[in-house]
Design a protein around this ligand. Structure first.
Ligand SMILES: [Zn+2]
Length: 417
């Protein structure tokens, strides 16, 4: 069996070994490792979840790397199934073409981690030649069948050279989330450098450290998310690899993301004022100092105390408690806040893929959301708390019948009629 987890000793971006641990969360199994009934008796391996800060470039990162085979083997996420994402990618392609591609017809656009090709389909509408690269086999086949040529592989510098020979230089290269999910950022970035046309742009979206910090999104820290990016370390990183970051923007995806635009060093475009503005705002927030991230950990610890106190007193009153939503991030939340089967009897989730399975590590059964009217739990703890408002709106009837919702983050709140 290959190593399930390894630890890197140096910064993923700048290779410095001056790394300081700023936050230690409770170890968890992979956040998406839901369990079927027949494997319930087997214990699941758990892996460390420790956040480190690079004293040289300020990059915030996980250093314990779970084998990607284990994380992405059963990866079923398909972007085209969500109308929110289709609309996001429509606007994404339109913005990039308007701002950076004067003559799109026949030009090559490459998407790294292209999933089912949803983003590339949008570029195709402008007459661009599209090519996807994705390691998930089934999804790649689906994309090809739908007219988006997709290479079933991990993107590497070697593959970039082959693509350049077979398809020519790329006017646009996109990578969404890959930049936060991969441990091989140097090789990927060198590949992008070698593949870009002289006036080409590289566009990426990653969850943004400022959003994680300001929104207390600590539960987005799980093993798939190796990097918690901010502009200052990235600017330095791209410069080192013959590229330059020319613009940055905050976008709403995944609770708050950063979109960065990059060109070859000394490329045709000016560096936008947004880069300086982002770096200043990050400095004002203290994101370039380890002490700020330590204080983030203290804030999380306080929320944990408060939530456990609320849940414990509810249990002592004899109340029954269910969980609402089984997103990947609930794995981090439940493990770090120590919310197990002694507190929660079941979890409801609208995804049929998850119903009938058990939550990673804690092994709490997941069932359909109609259960809250049949099982009538006294309290529902909203684990998918970023959707709290819409969940409570959809299930006002539960409140009307005397139910209580508890929202754990960004602060503990209790809702009843
Ligand atoms: Zn560094």
């Amino acid at each position: 069996m290959p190593n399930l987890c390894r630890r890197r000793k140096s910064c993923r971006l700048c290779a410095s070994v001056k790394m300081t641990q700023v936050l230690e969360l409770c170890p968890t199994p992979p956040a998406n490792a839901f369990v079927s009934k027949k494997f319930l008796s087997q214990s699941q391996p758990v892996f460390p979840l420790k956040l480190f800060f690079c004293e040289s470039c300020s990059h915030v990162q996980l250093v314990d790397i779970v084998n990607p085979e284990l994380l992405f083997k059963n990866y079923v996420y398909v972007s085209g199934t969500s109308p929110v994402f289709i609309s996001h990618f429509h606007d994404y392609a339109e913005t990039i073409i308007k701002s950076y591609v004067s003559n799109p017809e026949g030009q090559l656009v490459l998407d790294i981690g292209s999933n089912d090709g949803t983003l590339l389909k949008e570029f195709k509408k402008y007459g661009m030649r599209v090519l996807g690269v994705d390691p998930a086999q089934e999804i790649s086949v689906k994309a090809c069948n739908e007219g988006v040529e997709t290479l079933n592989a991990f993107f590497t510098r070697k593959l970039a050279h082959q693509i350049r020979v077979d398809y020519g230089a790329a006017k646009v290269v996109t990578a969404n989330n890959v930049f936060a999910h991969s441990d091989e950022l140097i090789d990927i970035t060198n590949g992008i450098h070698d593949l870009l046309a002289p006036d080409g742009v590289f566009v990426f979206e990653v969850s943004y450290l400022a959003d994680v910090f300001q929104g207390t999104l600590f539960d987005t820290i799980y093993h798939e998310h190796l990097a918690y990016h901010s502009v200052k370390p990235l600017q330095h990183f791209f410069k080192k690899h013959g590229l330059e970051m020319i613009a940055a923007k905050r976008v709403k995806t995944h609770g708050g993301s950063l979109r960065g635009i990059v060109q070859l060093a000394n490329g045709p475009r000016e560096i936008d004022a947004s880069i300086g503005a982002f770096i200043k705002e990050e400095a004002d927030l203290g994101l370039h100092k380890a002490s700020t991230l330590h204080s983030f950990g203290v804030r999380i610890g306080e929320i944990k105390e408060e939530l456990r106190c609320v849940l414990k007193s509810l249990k002592e009153e004899g109340k029954t408690i269910g969980g609402f939503g089984a997103p990947a991030k609930a794995t981090t939340l439940m493990h770090h806040f120590d919310i197990g089967p002694d507190i929660i009897d079941f979890i409801v989730d609208d995804s049929q893929l998850k119903q009938g399975l058990y939550s990673p590590g804690m092994h709490i059964p997941i069932i359909g959301s109609s259960a809250i009217y049949k099982k009538k739990p006294d309290v529902m703890l909203i684990l998918a708390w970023n959707f709290s408002k819409s969940i409570m709106k959809d299930h006002r009837e539960y409140l009307r019948r005397g139910g209580t919702f508890v929202v754990p983050l960004p602060k503990v709140e209790i809702f009843k009629l």
